[in-house]
Design a protein around this ligand. Structure first.
Ligand SMILES: CC(C)(COP(=O)(O)OP(=O)(O)OC[C@H]1O[C@@H](n2cnc3c(N)ncnc32)[C@H](O)[C@@H]1OP(=O)(O)O)[C@@H](O)C(=O)NCCC(=O)NCCS
Length: 208
């Protein structure tokens, strides 16, 4: 069993202050919600994601490179995790990424992706907390809407999270070696520092 690692000792994907305090307060005292950290491979990030789909067998270096790639796009990728304090292991994860548009008066849309809760922790409202936190971040970042795709089986869950069914999802899959693509381009991207404070224009209370 490893000791809980506080945020101050981690390299985080984004400033933790963006996670709505109201959502964090509703977690049990045994749990902690924070942005993804550069060393979260060792905290079962990919194992938790595997309840959703297959995950690659990454080395720590590959994982860190992927993390740096996300962090090199300022104000774009927000992946958060829920950590069990007792084990320092991740039990829930989810992401929202921001799309800048030309329409809607240069509006921004938040896209929720890759929501997963460890099987042993499902049914404890962690999925709901993750969605509320991501939606809160999307709203604080100025998005006019937050959208996601899901299976028919998960429609009732997202409805309980306040989402409504709208239009259709279309997909066309491509044959690509994404691991190779990542490793050739990531090394050329310069690292950027994580903002230390929530930008002034983003400070307001989200409706959660
Ligand atoms: C879907 C998932 C994220 C839900 O997380 P969870 O922590 O188990 O769900 P919660 O406890 O937060 O559920 C919130 C509410 O939604 C309901 N709910 C959850 N999943 C549901 C489902 N599949 N169908 C109907 N209702 C569901 C819960 O009963 C609860 O309702 P209540 O407020 O009336 O008690 C989780 O089950 C999971 O990781 N599943 C596998 C991966 C996956 O499918 N991810 C989503 C990809 S789109």
């Amino acid at each position: 069993m490893s000791a809980f690692t506080p945020d101050s000792e981690l390299e985080l994907l984004f400033t933790p202050g963006l996670i709505p305090a109201e959502v964090k307060a509703l977690l049990g005292s045994d749990l902690h919600m924070r942005p993804l950290a550069k060393t979260d491979l060792s905290r079962s990030h990919l194992k938790v994601l595997s309840v959703l789909t297959s995950t690659p067998d990454l080395t720590e270096a590959q994982y860190a490179q992927a993390f740096d790639r996300l962090r090199s796009c300022p104000d774009t990728y927000f992946t958060l995790v829920i950590v069990a304090r007792e084990t320092d292991q991740i039990v829930g994860v989810g992401s929202v990424f921001l799309e800048q548009k030309f329409t809607r008066n240069l509006g921004t849309v938040g896209h929720i992706e890759d929501i997963a809760v460890d099987k042993s922790m499902q049914g404890r409202k962690l999925g709901l907390r993750i969605i509320n936190a991501l939606t809160g971040i999307s709203e604080r970042m100025g998005c006019y809407k937050t959208i996601l795709n899901c299976s028919d089986a998960n429609v009732p869950f997202y409805q309980k999270c306040g989402f409504e069914k709208k239009e259709n999802e279309m997909a066309r899959y491509h044959s690509v070696g994404s691991l190779a693509a990542t490793s050739t381009t990531a090394s050329t991207i310069p690292a950027v520092s994580v903002p230390l404070a929530v930008p002034e224009r983003l400070v307001h209370t989200p409706r959660l």
